[in-house]
Write a protein that binds this ligand. Sequence first.
Ligand code: ADP
Ligand code: MG
Length: 236
Amino acid sequence: MAEGLTVEARGLTKRFGTREVLSGLDLEISPGEFVALLGRSGSGKSTLLRVLAGLDSEVDGEFSVHGTVSVAFQQPRLLPWRKVWRNVVLGLRGRGADRGLAERALAEMRLRDHADAWPRTLSGGEAQRLSLARALVREPDLLLLDEPFGALDALTRLAMHALVADLWAQHQPSVLLVTHDVDEALLLADRVLILDGGAIVAEHVLTHARPRRLADHLDVRARVLADLGVTDHAIA
Ligand code: ADP
Ligand code: MG
């Protein structure tokens, strides 16, 4: 495996029974790189994330992940009987799973005032930010995000995009963001990948400076949509 990559996968192949979901997939992610992964429903995006997160080891091919990994899922997985701050440091051992650490992460996600609240009292956007705070408190080298904003309303999602862009700029983890939102990918990522038929079938590199405006990316947007099988006709 090459030096210096956060993620390197070669020929990743994953089967469920006789169904091959990943078919010899290759993937490289550099330190600090923000990669967005698009693909139709059922194309294997979550499967790939689970493999990279070490949550599914029954896989063929080779891959290496350099450093620590945190995952945030579409539905925040919170323990309802633990206060917000305890959810942040849940499962952290030996690194001072203390309140101060939780409060710093909560402050970054603009949730400091909710430290002593119960998870069920949070709005959808707040619960999602809590989920990100929990991922961040681990200071991951690789942040795996599986449609983390999919369940949020449009305005909250825009606010989350700005927050994630800030956090990424500040902490510089490598990010692999699974999303079905093409505009989200164009606003946030250095590179957009399309997963289809079990492999990465297209790649678009985005070079515009941040903060991004969608108007800068209309050409790439059309190409990404075409890769996803959406024609001009369908979006007109
Ligand atoms: P995506 O996240 O792109 O929507 P998934 O990775 O969740 O897709 O699923 C890819 C395919 O693998 C789907 O056909 C799904 O039904 C199948 N699959 C996912 N997990 C399992 C599992 N644990 N057992 C059997 N099939 C699975
Ligand atoms: Mg999925």
